[in-house]
Design a protein around this ligand. Sequence first.
Ligand SMILES: Nc1ncnc2c1ncn2[C@@H]1O[C@H](COP(=O)(O)OP(=O)(O)OP(=O)(O)O)[C@@H](O)[C@H]1O
Ligand SMILES: [Mg+2]
Length: 245
Amino acid sequence: MKLELKNLSKHYGDLKVLDRVSLTLEEIRSLVFIGPSGGGKTTLLRLLAGLERPEEGEILVNDHPVDFHSEESLREYRKRIGMVFQAYNLFPHLTALDNITLPLVKVHGYEPVQAREEALVLLERFHLADQAFKKPAQLSGGQKQRIAICRAVAIRPEFLLLDEPTSALDPEYTSEVLDLIGELREEGMRLILVTHEMGFARQAADYILFVGDGGLIARGTPENLFTGDTDERVSRFFNKVLKYN
Ligand SMILES: Nc1ncnc2c1ncn2[C@@H]1O[C@H](COP(=O)(O)OP(=O)(O)OP(=O)(O)O)[C@@H](O)[C@H]1O
Ligand SMILES: [Mg+2]
């Protein structure tokens, strides 16, 4: 996908989280945001998801501007995007299967039978068929997050946004979720991902944005960013996060 940000600003009161950020990326498959806590990664992701409105500027996806002025077109835009959050956000009273079928039926107009078929195929493919009739409380953290990813993918989104999908997990479950994301990437799913997993960022990103101090402190391919001469704030961040890896 092609992504353009033009003078994009997002403020909370006096705090300029993003201040006139511009960027053009041609045909990007997987984009990863990294950077310090409070730097604006989630804010940027939520803007891309059409969940926040910018104070100024534009976002263009595949040359189409996101229309932040019309609630109707924002709703339509959001329908085409898959979102996965840190804390799963599964409905606790529904089975894994029903968590996946509900948006298909309620938001995307699938017939219940057809939704169920789609969901079962996905669960099978991602080795989750045995969990189909369990409720979230009966699933491990890794299983819950993989169900949440299945739910986001089931709608066949144009791209998938993931905000720290492994940060709420016990370390033993992190790799199964990262493996699933890696598989989706291999299958051609377009991804925009916030992560603190530097190893994964390095391996799975086509391009990395380092978000902080009101903008993009650095940007580049993983090789550029991890090995090249880069901004001092980026090196400091790497030294800190890689210390115990
Ligand atoms: N709804 C809000 N109202 C006011 N301030 C907000 C709001 N959302 C975020 N902020 C502030 O904006 C800044 C950027 O927050 P954001 O959540 O985008 O950071 P982040 O890079 O995702 O951080 P983390 O790595 O901790 O998740 C922070 O200072 C935060 O306190
Ligand atoms: Mg965040």
